[in-house]
Ligand binder design. Structure first.
Ligand SMILES: Cc1cc2nc3c(=O)[nH]c(=O)nc-3n(C[C@H](O)[C@H](O)[C@H](O)COP(=O)(O)OP(=O)(O)OC[C@H]3O[C@@H](n4cnc5c(N)ncnc54)[C@H](O)[C@@H]3O)c2cc1C
Ligand code: FES
Length: 280
C-alpha cells in the first residue's frame, strides 16, 4: 500500500504524484521503475518510471500521461488516497559514469524518465546537452527542471509554438556533427527513439533507449515485454528497460505494442478521457 502525498496537474493530460514508499525511495537508482496497481486485486498493473525519490522523506515521484483506463483511474485519485500495490524498484539502473559529453533526448512523456538519468549523468561530471520535444507547447513537461541540469538546452515543438519548429532528430544531428558527443540517451515514443538511433548510428555514438513495451508481471516470467536486441530475445522488465538503441528491433516492438489495441479501445469507455481530465 502506498499513500499519495501530493498530486500536481503538470500539463494537459500529465500528472505528477508523490507516493509514500520508503523502501523504494532508499533503494532506487536512475533508470528504474515501479509496477503499480491502482485499486483492487483484479485491475491491471502498469509500469511507471521513478522520476525522482526522496530517501529522507520516504517518497518517490511518478509522472504519468493519461492514455487509457488505468492511467485515468490513477489521475482520478487524490492526495491522501491509497494505491493498492506499488512494486519496485524494478529493472536495471542506467549505466552512469563520466563519459565526457552526454546528449539526453526526451520526447513527450519520455522527459519524465529522462530527468533522473540526466541528473545522474550531470552528477557524475558529464557535460549534459539536453533536447526536449513535444507536439505543442502545452505538452512540454519539466522544462525548468531539465534546463537547470543541462549545460546546453534545446526545446523543439512539432508545430513551432515554442522553441525550434523541428523534430528532436534535427538538433541531435547538428550536435553529432559539431560536438560528436560520447553517449546519447533517448527516451520517448518508439518511433522517435528509432529515428534518434538512426541519426546517431552513422557517427558511431553509443546510444541507449529506454523501452516502453507492454509489461505484465515485471519478473521476466510472462514474456509480455520481450523485444529483439541484436537478434537475441530480451525481457525489458529484467534485462532493461535500457538497451543499445542501435541493436533494438524497433519495428517488431512497435507492432507488438498494438497487440491489445482493440481491448484497450473498448476499455476506454468510448474514450471520454478528455472530458474526465477537464473535470479534475
Ligand atoms: C519501463 C516502463 C516505464 C514507463 N514509464 C512511464 C512513465 O514514467 N510515465 C508514463 O506516462 N508512462 C510510462 N510508461 C508507459 C505506461 O506504462 C503506459 O502508458 C500504461 O501502461 C498505459 O496504461 P492504460 O491502462 O492507461 O492504457 P491502455 O489503454 O491500456 O494502453 C494505452 C497504451 O499504453 C500501452 N500499455 C498498456 N498497458 C501497458 C502495460 N502494462 N505496460 C506497458 N505499456 C502498456 C499500450 O500498448 C498502449 O500503447 C512506461 C512503460 C514502461 C515499460
Ligand atoms: S513483464 Fe513479464 S517478462 Fe517482463
Amino acid at each position: 500500500m502506498s499513500r499519495i502525498l501530493s498530486k500536481i496537474h503538470l500539463s494537459k493530460d500529465v500528472f505528477q504524484m508523490k507516493l509514500q514508499a520508503p523502501n523504494i525511495a532508499r533503494e532506487r537508482k536512475a533508470g528504474q521503475f515501479v509496477i503499480l496497481q491502482a485499486d483492487s486485486d483484479y485491475t491491471e498493473r502498469i509500469p511507471l518510471t521513478i522520476a525522482d525519490a526522496d530517501a529522507e522523506e520516504g517518497s518517490i515521484t511518478i509522472i504519468f500521461q493519461v492514455v487509457g483506463k488505468t492511467t485515468l483511474n490513477l489521475a482520478l485519485m487524490n492526495e491522501g488516497d491509497v494505491i493498492e500495490n506499488v512494486l519496485g524498484p524494478l529493472g536495471q539502473p542506467t549505466h552512469i559514469e563520466n563519459f565526457g559529453t552526454v546528449v539526453c533526448v526526451g520526447g513527450g512523456i519520455g522527459v519524465a524518465p529522462l530527468h533522473p538519468i540526466a541528473q545522474a549523468m550531470k552528477d557524475a561530471g558529464n557535460r549534459v546537452i539536453t533536447i526536449v520535444g513535444a507536439r505543442t507547447k502545452e505538452l512540454l513537461i519539466l522544462e525548468d527542471e531539465m534546463r537547470a541540469i543541462a549545460d546546453e538546452f534545446i526545446v523543439c515543438t512539432d508545430d513551432g509554438s515554442y522553441g525550434r519548429k523541428d523534430l528532436v532528430t534535427k538538433p541531435l544531428q547538428e550536435i553529432c556533427e559539431s560536438e560528436k558527443p560520447d553517449v546519447a540517451v533517448v527516451i520517448g515514443p518508439p518511433v522517435m527513439m528509432k529515428f534518434c538511433a538512426e541519426t546517431t548510428r552513422p557517427y558511431g555514438i553509443k546510444t541507449y533507449a529506454s523501452l516502453n513495451t507492454i509489461m505484465v508481471d515485471g519478473t521476466g516470467m510472462c514474456g509480455g515485454c520481450r523485444v529483439t536486441v541484436g537478434n537475441e530475445t530480451k525481457f525489458v522488465c529484467v534485462d532493461g528497460p535500457e538497451f543499445d538503441a542501435h541493436l533494438v528491433d524497433f519495428d517488431t516492438m512497435m507492432l507488438r505494442l498494438t497487440s491489445f489495441k482493440t481491448i484497450e479501445q473498448k476499455s476506454n469507455h468510448e474514450c471520454h478521457l478528455e472530458k474526465a481530465i477537464e473535470k479534475l
